[in-house]
Design a binder for this molecule. Structure first.
Ligand code: FES
Length: 142
């Protein structure tokens, strides 16, 4: 059980793409015409080097249109690193729900008071070119 709790934290410690302000290239994630005002999950992959070990890592990101801007939120819960799901619990529609400790975030990824997460979901820099959406560095929001 302890290993299950520590793995998400270790992932944060080891994964440079998850560190706020980490340098990264922009990665294609989806086309603009796929997006709506509701967050949709898109998988993306990137190469990760941890000392001598190189691997391809998969992540999920929620992308949607908010105030005419493309917004991209990390699917990793800011409590202990489990994966959140938008509309993932019938009791909390239009919220991000984390099944590990029942954490919740509103549609904009802000943590809901009284649930375990203490800060909003992290966000990605976004670049839109020729109708395609690219992700840059991840950063923490307040
Ligand atoms: S890891 Fe999400 S609520 Fe604890």
């Amino acid at each position: 059980m302890a290993a299950g709790m520590l793995m998400p934290m270790a992932r944060f410690a080891l994964d440079p793409a998850l560190r706020a302000g980490a340098e990264s290239e922009f990665l294609y994630v989806c086309d603009v015409d796929q997006l709506t005002e509701d967050p949709q999950v898109f998988p993306f992959n990137f190469d990760q080097v941890d000392a001598w070990y190189e691997s391809e890592v998969s992540r999920d990101v929620y992308v949607y249109i908010r105030d005419n801007e493309v917004t991209a939120l990390s699917a990793i819960c800011t409590h202990l690193g489990c994966t959140v799901a938008y509309d993932g619990n019938d009791d909390y529609p239009e919220q991000f729900f984390c099944p590990c400790h029942f954490g919740r975030f509103d549609k904009d990824g802000h943590n809901i008071p009284g649930t375990p997460p203490r800060r909003p979901l992290d966000a990605y820099e976004v670049k839109v070119e020729d109708g395609k959406v690219y992700l840059g560095s991840i950063y923490q929001r307040t």
